[in-house]
Design a protein around this ligand. Structure first.
Ligand code: ADP
Length: 649
């Protein structure tokens, strides 16, 4: 996954190459002027010394200044050369400060753009995932990857490229080179501290990377926990469990503490050894370098320059250490993020990710075929989308056919749908009834393309569902389907936006018409700002029935040729229920209704009783009653008690 992670990072960075280039150029300039700074100091010192006649201890002539500033030996010292040396020093300082400002500016922008692009890409791939992916992940974890992890990446990128990482590496290497030019021996001394430190750093980076990864997972769990409990706060309060939940949350949050503690130890080691390296290095260099000065082999200015360089090296090394520590964190974050984008080792662009999920679903197929000989005998494995050849008889639009469909939820033991055969002719209404857990919702989800069956085919007008695009769900809209699911949740936005969700460019007339058809227009017009009223989690509170009506309007706006309805049992009052079902009945669309009301069932063209994942009997109300089977039993129960509502619970 690490390879994927880096590929993802590079691919995300690539579009910003001009900015990356600008950062690199200004970084190179900054490093250059920073490295010239100690030389300029040394030169000022030597010039002053030569001019002021500071006698060398043993009366020997002052050694020439050994540095790249041409033509400025100690012998040529004059007021002009002093001023020139000072000017050089000032220039170095001004230019390196300017460079710093530019690097900081460019790299911050780079981090920001990187993060925005990554977030957009992540959101897109996440949303395109099949339902099984969401069944297996928690919202807190996904949100934490989108926010916390991406932010870690953003700051690290800016820090590593712009502020500390790269620059410190170059400064350390450059400083070593300059010292080596002056006196290889001194460079050796300075360098001797490096290997020990770097070995330490590598182990710190590796360990803190995995620590931080786990720490972030724990944080995501706590986030998820808090989100869920806050969403259910009424239940918590009614059952007086505030204390217990708060304690549990505190425990969850604190369980990351021991990891944070160990991380803190690593950070401490890095900081402490950094300081020690500075001090040891300074003492050693002053001692050895001082000796060389006394022997007349280097100038005092050179010694000064060497010491400033050495300061660069030790400070640079601890900056590298800290920056690499951050990098470890970022690698953990990057891997978590890359997991989302390309789980099965596929590369990170959209098409490849889609292929990856197809590949994994076909491996499910073969697994299913291997473990369930019954299923494989009934249908060839892997033939989910290969049934378009014999579709010539489907002429009118909106024909639905489920052909020998087998489906098992990922990780489940039992088939939720087993060998299901269902056909709905264009414009007809099929009501699904049956005991809770029988598989009605699963059938609806399969028809909507939210899950892919392991075996069998789902044909819309003879064409396999979702054959046009690889993403989950998108297949339904592409096939002309719309759905009203149970407990419609509204996203934040105005009423107008709720209704036009599936067709954002719908005109106001279309929206108002859909609202009228769903009997939502009356209450909408009474809202404070009418169609512009904000609803959803943070907006105007709507009743269950009102939300339901908006959900119906949202579906009707699309003029679907197929409508999937999960009938609500209690959200609508009797009058509006009747009005809406009249509207729906006169709608030309083919309808699949998960029915909880006897009145709906009676009027359906056909009724399928779904038990244990397959249809146990099918026919009209009268036919099924005459059959005297399961359906007759259900209807009788309904007359005794309130079976239909129970079935929906
Ligand atoms: P119904 O709608 O008739 O009440 P469902 O389609 O919801 O029945 O459920 C059919 C079976 O599939 C049940 O055994 C249920 O436990 C199982 N099931 C439903 N949803 C999931 C899911 N997301 N993950 C795993 N199993 C599920």
């Amino acid at each position: 996954t690490t390879g994927n992670a880096w590929r993802l990072a590079l691919a995300t960075l690539r579009p910003d190459w001009p900015l990356l280039l600008a950062t690199s150029v200004s970084l190179a300039g900054t490093i250059l002027f920073t490295l010239l700074f100690p030389l300029a100091i040394g030169e000022v010192f030597d010039v002053v010394r030569a001019q002021g006649g500071l006698a060398v201890a043993n009366g020997a002539p002052a050694p020439a200044v050994v540095n790249p500033f041409a033509g400025l030996g100690g012998a040529a010292a004059s007021p002009t050369s002093f001023r020139a040396a000072l000017a050089k020093l000032a220039t170095c300082l001004v230019l390196s400060a300017t460079g710093n400002a530019l690097v900081s500016y460019f790299s911050t922008l780079l981090g920001e753009r990187f993060a925005n692009r990554l977030k957009g890409q992540l959101m897109e791939t996440i949303m395109a995932r099949p339902q099984s992916f969401f069944d297996a992940s928690t919202k807190g974890d996904l949100v934490s990857r989108l926010t916390v992890d991406v932010t870690v990446l953003q700051t690290t990128l800016a820090d590593f490229i712009g502020q500390r990482g790269f620059r410190s590496v170059f400064e350390v290497v450059g400083a070593l080179l300059f010292i080596g030019l002056q006196q290889p021996l001194l460079a050796l001394v300075s360098f001797a501290i490096t290997p020990a430190l770097s070995r330490l750093l590598r182990s710190v980076v590796v360990r803190s990377s995995s620590l931080i990864y786990r720490r972030q997972q724990v944080a995501a769990e706590a986030l998820e926990f808090a989100g869920e409990r806050l969403a259910q706060v009424q239940t918590v309060q009614v059952f007086a469990q505030e204390r217990r939940e708060a304690d549990a949350f505190a425990r969850l949050s604190a369980s990351g503490y021991s990891m944070a503690e160990r991380y803190a130890v690593f950070q401490g080691i890095v900081e402490g050894s950094g300081r020690l390296a500075v001090n040891v290095g300074t003492v050693a260099l002053l001692g050895l370098g001082g000796l060389l000065v006394l022997q007349g082999r280097i100038s005092v200015g050179a010694l000064l320059a060497v010491n400033v360089f050495n300061l660069f090296i030790s400070v640079g090394l601890s900056a590298v250490a800290a920056s690499f520590g951050e990098l470890g964190k970022a690698v953990g974050a990057l891997e978590r993020v890359a997991d989302l984008v390309a789980p099965a080792g596929a590369s990170m662009d959209g098409t490849a990710a889609a292929e990856g999920s197809k590949a994994s679903s076909s491996s499910n197929n073969s697994e299913a075929a291997a473990t369930h000989a019954v299923a494989s005998a009934a249908a060839e494995p892997g033939q989910v989308t290969a049934c378009s050849s014999d579709s010539s008889h489907a002429s009118t639009s909106g024909r639905v056919e489920l052909r020998d469909v087998w489906f098992k939820y990922p990780g489940a033991q039992e088939w939720a749908v087993r060998g299901l055969n269902l056909t709905i002719e264009p414009g007809q209404t099929l009501a699904l009834v049956g005991p809770s857990g029988g598989g009605k919702s699963t059938i609806a989800a399969l028809l909507l393309g939210l899950y892919t069956p392991q075996q069998g085919a789902i044909l819309i007008d003879g064409r396999p569902l979702g054959s046009s695009n690889g993403t989950a769900g998108g297949g339904a809209a592409a096939a002309g389907m719309a759905a009203v699911l149970q407990q419609p949740m509204l996203m934040s936005g105005s009423v107008r936006q709720q209704i036009s969700y599936g067709k954002p460019d719908a005109s106001f007339e279309e929206i108002a018409e859909a609202a009228r058809a769903a009997h939502a227009d009356e209450f909408v017009e009474q809202l404070p700002q009418g169609y512009d009223t904000e609803v959803g989690e943070r907006g105007h509170a709507l009743s269950g029935g009102q939300k339901q009506r908006l959900a119906i309007a949202r579906a009707l706006l699309l003029h679907p040729k197929i409508l999937v309805l999960d009938e609500v049992t209690s959200a609508l009052d009797v009058a509006s229920e009747r009005a809406i079902s009249d509207t729906l009945r006169h709608l030309g669309a083919t309808k699949l209704i998960i029915a909880h009301r006897l009145s709906t069932v009676r009027r359906a063209d056909s009724i399928a009783v779904v038990v244990d994942g397959s249809v146990s009997e099918q026919g009209s109300h009268a036919e099924l009653l005459a059959l005297g089977g399961r359906y007759a039993q259900l209807v009788n129960t309904a007359e005794l008690g309130n079976y239909w509502v129970q079935a929906g619970a």
